[in-house]
Design a binder for this molecule. Structure first.
Ligand SMILES: Cc1ncc(COP(=O)(O)O)c(C=O)c1O
Length: 383
């Protein structure tokens, strides 16, 4: 008799409740499935209001949002753009698409985010030597934890280096203390970019958003995402643009998801708290929660103790128990396209990769299933 396989527990899957079906049906009834349709503007307006930005421009993906935002703020060939070494590769690919060169900056231990103080020092040093400065800085709110932007905003004020926030994983995260208190991630720099990929805080199947308070940036982003077509009759294009607009179908899903954002954030944070309690006695470090911030708790990720079972072995043991866990990203300087990229350190990113493991964090994760994750993890760690 074969044993019954345990019910699989995925890493992060969407929750498609609420008005999703109704709004999608509406698109079909209206015969508006492409980028023309009322849901696109509705999603943009609701999103801008939700994050506290003046403008929001919907895009086909988070990567597209980053690409076009970076290009609009000035990332260009012959320059470099500072990005964290520890992030999903799309953060750096978007820089490469502009023709600029990613400059890989190590992470700080406390937040796993780009080491802003170290970058500040390096940029000031370049300025003092009269060396070229980066054409932009892209700060990533890694795994939903707000990055320390103060040193980067100082670089912006001193040298005019634009700041783009990659908030793909951090929708709903905010600062609660300091000069940015009360602000949500994505709204502190020149532009903020979000992703609505299937595993993100909200999903449109695939999609992204650029938010900004600057009307000129918003206008140029909108123009470039719509093939740089000049308004009016006929096919007149004044630049090399992109087909980066979100479809009405995707936006309809986005509107329905956004209605659920407060509930999703509450659920994500409850999942994180339950993990904190359940894993408290194990040989691991919980995810960072930078002081003066409220993270989105997008994907609960831990650091395993050095010298114990490594993340591959633990992920394999969890998989045998039906639990999907995933190693965190290798530092970008290990990825084929970026092996020769200039970098500032990288040891912390290496350590995060050597020990990091992400655990199931879906909004609808059942508490009993979460107990199974914790028990399987304890067993894998020999506790
Ligand atoms: C940090 C980060 N940046 C950018 C992206 C790219 O977003 P998308 O998949 O929507 O293109 C993602 C996720 O996929 C991400 O996690």
């Amino acid at each position: 008799m074969s044993a019954v396989a345990p019910r699989p527990i995925p890493l992060a899957v969407p929750s498609l409740r609420g008005n999703a079906e109704r709004y999608l049906r509406q698109c079909l009834e209206d015969n508006q499935v492409s980028s023309v349709g009322a849901f696109v503007a509705r999603f943009e307006d609701a999103f801008a209001a939700a994050v506290g930005a003046r403008h929001a421009v919907a895009c086909a993906s988070g990567t597209a949002a980053l690409h076009v935002a970076l290009r609009v703020v000035g990332a260009r060939p012959g320059t470099d753009v500072a990005v964290p070494a520890f992030t999903f590769i799309a953060s750096a690919n978007a820089v490469t698409y502009t023709g600029a060169q990613p400059w890989l900056v190590d992470s700080e231990r406390s937040s796993w985010n780009l080491d802003a103080a170290r970058l500040h020092e390096a940029v000031c040093d370049r300025a003092a030597r009269g060396a070229p400065l980066p054409s932009a800085i892209e700060a990533v709110h890694v795994l939903g934890a707000p990055a320390d932007l103060e040193p980067l905003l100082d670089l912006r004020a001193r040298f005019g280096i634009p700041l783009v926030e990659d908030a793909a994983e951090a929708l709903g995260a905010s600062w609660t203390a300091g000069p940015l208190a009360g602000r949500q991630v994505g709204t502190a720099g020149d532009a903020g970019c979000f992703s609505f990929n299937g595993n993100k805080v909200i999903t449109t199947g695939g999609g992204g958003m650029v938010v900004t308070d600057d009307g000129d940036i918003a206008g140029r982003v909108r123009h470039l995402t719509t093939q740089a077509k000049v308004p009016g009759r006929g096919y007149v294009h004044d630049d090399v643009g992109y087909n980066y607009r979100l479809t009405n179908l995707a936006a309809a899903l986005g509107v329905a998801q956004l209605e659920l954002l407060p509930a999703f954030l509450t659920a994500k944070r409850a999942v994180a708290q339950r993990y904190d309690r359940a894993l408290a006695g194990l040989a691991l470090e919980p995810p960072p929660r930078p002081a003066g911030t409220t993270p989105s708790a997008w994907l609960y990720s831990v650091l395993l103790a050095a010298g114990g079972p490594g993340p591959d072995a633990v992920a394999d043991a969890l998989a045998a128990a039906g639990v999907t866990a995933r190693r965190v990203w290798p530092p970008l300087h290990r990825q084929a396209p970026y092996r020769a990229a200039p970098r500032l350190g990288g040891e912390v990113a290496e350590d995060l990769y050597a020990r990091g493991l992400s655990l199931p964090s879906s909004v609808d994760l059942d508490p009993d299933d979460q107990d199974r994750v914790a028990a399987a993890l304890a067993a894998a760690l020999g506790a």
